[in-house]
Design a protein around this ligand. Structure first.
Ligand code: F6P
Length: 368
């Protein structure tokens, strides 16, 4: 007899812990005789392609994958049912709505519900699909930790570990050469990784998108730090910007990629500092190293909790919601809440207070 089916997809940028979520979903459904789990390759594109790229996920398919980075289902930030890219004769491209087509394809597969594991973009798509009659459950992923309605997303802690190790390693080379080292980390809208790694690594300056910085102020802090200690460390989020400046980003030329590309603010800051102070300096962009490799134990645990919760939300018919971690409890929150705004670092938070209190310059005030 045909079993009831749930489809799982991973969308947006990859992130350590995706495989652990997939594994937990499959393991939880393994307790339910009448259900089976399908995986769509490359987010929903696997369902929309001809032939479809959809696979059965059983216990054997997910065995041991919780320790592997990336996603066995692959992922993409291009395409999907709401904005399927179509290349025109002149080489330009436009997007088409393929939601009805996808619904028909899922009906043919016997899929009753969909678990979408992704960040803000994927939760937005999940919300819109729910509005258009699909049974959607979301799981919050992003190393940037910028998704609302959850205290934390999986992947973030692993990224912080990697960024902190980078700070630790830059300290020894910076102190040996009496240099300023500028470490640029990910974080387009929110500075969680930069601030956390700066605190954990004991950096001198942390610059985040939420607090536009004064280059003169940062220069003064670096100068005094170089005089006192002989070296200095700055951690800057890719989405940070100077008080009178703009973010350093450019449009992508890739077909179907709607996001802007960030990267380079560390170099821009370095040039501006050199106009103000004499300092030997180097810039390091950590980039996708933060997204690769095995998830830390915390993220494996959180991913497993989210996966089991998402499976149970499907079993209970609790649709239009996202699994969320709040006050040490895994709960279900409306998708709408998750996409209402970004989860920014709050200026009056204890984290910011600890950074300022431990003499980390955030680029706005409290220079020494
Ligand atoms: O959203 C996570 C993130 O890592 C951002 O910080 C970064 O700007 C972006 O993804 C880069 O994504 P990609 O290179 O996959 O397009």
């Amino acid at each position: 007899m045909q079993k009831r089916r749930v489809l799982v997809a991973t969308g947006g940028g990859d992130c350590p812990g995706l495989n652990a979520v997939i594994r937990a979903i499959v393991k939880r459904f393994d307790h339910e005789e009448e259900w089976e789990v399908l995986g769509s390759m490359e987010a929903f594109n696997g369902v929309l392609k001809d032939p479809m790229e959809v696979m059965l996920l059983d216990d054997a398919a997910v065995s041991g994958i919780h320790i592997r980075g990336g996603t066995i289902l692959k992922t993409t930030n291009k395409g999907g049912p709401l904005a399927w890219p179509v290349v025109d004769a002149d080489g330009s491209w436009h997007t088409e709505d393929r939601v009805e087509d996808m619904k028909e394809r899922l009906d043919k597969l016997g899929v009753e519900a969909v678990i979408s594991i992704g960040g803000e973009g994927s939760m937005d798509i999940a919300y819109k699909l729910q509005q258009r009659g699909m049974n959607m459950v979301g799981v919050p992923k992003t190393i940037d930790n910028d998704l609302s309605a959850t205290d934390v997303t999986f992947g973030f802690q692993t990224a912080v570990e990697i960024a902190t190790e980078a700070v630790d390693r830059l300290v020894t080379t910076a102190s040996s050469h009496n240099r300023l080292m500028i470490l640029e980390v990910m974080g387009r809208h929110a500075g969680w990784i930069a601030l956390s790694a700066a605190i954990a690594g004991g950096a001198d300056v942390a610059l985040i998108p939420e607090i536009p910085y004064s280059v003169d102020g940062v220069a003064a802090k670096i100068k005094s730090q170089m005089e006192q200690e002989g070296f200095a460390i700055v951690v800057i989020a890719e989405g940070a910007k100077a008080k009178d400046g703009d973010v350093v980003s450019k449009a992508s030329t890739e077909v179907g990629y709607a996001n802007v590309l960030y990267g380079g603010v560390g170099h821009q800051l370095n040039e501006e500092l050199k106009k103000r102070i004499e300092v030997d300096s180097r810039v390091m962009i950590l980039g996708h190293l933060q997204r690769g490799g095995t998830p830390c134990a915390y993220d494996r645990i959180l991913s497993t909790q989210f996966g089991v919760k998402a499976a149970e939300m499907v079993l209970n018919g609790d649709f239009g919601k996202m699994a969320s971690y709040h006050n040490n409890t895994v709960i279900a929150v409306p998708l709408e809440q998750a996409i209402s705004e970004y989860n920014f670092v709050k200026q009056d938070s204890d984290l910011v207070h600890a950074a300022r209190g431990s003499n980390i310059c955030l680029g706005d005030k409290h220079f020494r």
